[in-house]
Design a protein around this ligand. Structure first.
Ligand code: ADP
Length: 324
């Protein structure tokens, strides 16, 4: 697994050590060590079936780990009652009554959960339903339903908000709305953990990224770190094309397998290695006409750390909003 030091200093909202969930002989979450910083939006990304929901369910005390430990907001996940009052979650679509208004639905949930009913008006405005709160739930678009779900998760005024695939099925406008809402919430100090199988969404929503695939942690850290850790390349062009093969061999000999492409030698290596390649080439009396570093794209990084199934992560959200 790769990690990059997270540039966040507010402490940790969630930690796990060796967190594992087995169904039968199969570990669907396999010894995951998580560290989610407070006050930022963490994206939890992986192909369908990677183990995201199972991990979130363990963090919320909905299912018990087969092995490993975890803490949420400073309390052990073996004692969910000690922290769940400070956590808001949207794991499955909440059960709203279709024939009553969004506002009334929230009021009922507030009463059931003993939350402050006066928050309902504020929350409706916060999720952009201020003027539609009186309409019956079944008349809402999927995006509006999703935002009402987020409002419901915010009823306890949580410190941590956990959303499983909150943009699933939304059209681009709906995704933008949810993204803007999450950004506002994080700017107010809320810690947000949002799962998605869609890289494109998570990339623009999140500050911090956790990638899992087949139950295993592949990366956690800043998004920029993922790109440079996985896909950085040093690219060198020798003055004489006849030196290409020798230059590639120098890279390979130094542990950075060189390949020749378009008259240049490409070697996967951190940018800091470029001056060393320059020195090594000079020692072999190869003069470089150009030396550069390329960081690659987030897509490249994903392909580098997930197997072929990981391609699903790159799928785009449907263009049309489905009205359920
Ligand atoms: P994701 O949320 O990343 O799509 P899940 O956590 O939902 O993945 O599922 C991970 C894997 O665990 C899947 O292969 C799923 O079929 C399996 N799984 C989830 N829940 C159960 C269960 N109760 N019993 C058996 N297998 C399960």
């Amino acid at each position: 697994m790769s990690t990059a030091a997270a540039p966040f200093s507010g402490g940790l909202a969630v930690t796990t050590t060796g967190l594992t969930k087995r169904y039968g002989a199969r570990a669907v979450v396999d010894a995951i060590d998580l560290e989610l910083p407070r006050g930022v939006i963490s994206g939890f990304v992986g192909p369908n079936g990677a183990g995201k929901t199972t991990t979130l369910r363990m963090l919320l005390g909905l299912i018990r780990p087969s092995a490993g430990t975890g803490e949420v907001l400073g309390h052990s996940i073996t004692d969910p009652a000690s922290y769940l009052a400070r956590v808001g979650a949207l794991i499955e679509s909440p059960a709203f009554y279709p024939t009553i208004s969004g506002r009334r639905n929230l009021e009922i949930l507030a009463a059931l959960g003993r939350h402050d009913r006066r928050r309902v008006t504020t929350l409706l405005a916060q999720v952009g339903l201020g003027d539609r709160g009186g309409d019956v739930f079944k008349s809402y678009s999927l995006g509006m339903k999703q935002r009402l779900g987020i409002a419901a998760a915010l009823l306890p005024d949580p410190e941590l908000l956990v959303l499983d695939e909150p943009t699933n099925g939304l059209d681009p406008a709906g995704i933008r709305e949810v993204r803007a809402l999450l950004r506002e919430l994080a700017d107010d100090g809320l810690t947000v953990l949002v799962s998605s199988h869609l890289l494109g969404e998570i990339q623009t929503i999140c500050d911090h990224l956790v990638v899992i695939d087949a139950g295993q942690l592949r990366y956690q850290g800043a998004i920029d770190g993922l790109i440079s850790a996985q896909t950085a390349e040093v690219v060198a062009i020798p003055e004489h094309a006849t030196d290409l093969a020798r230059l590639a061999a120098i890279c390979t000999g130094a542990g950075h397998p060189g390949r020749i492409e378009d008259g240049a030698v490409h070697a996967p290596a951190p940018p800091e290695w470029a001056p060393e390649l320059n020195r090594l080439a000079m020692r072999q009396e190869i003069t470089l006409a150009a030396l550069s570093v390329s960081r690659g794209t987030l897509e490249d990084a994903f392909f580098a750390i997930t197997d072929t199934e990981g391609h699903q992560i790159l799928a785009h959200a449907p263009e049309t909003e489905v009205t359920a």
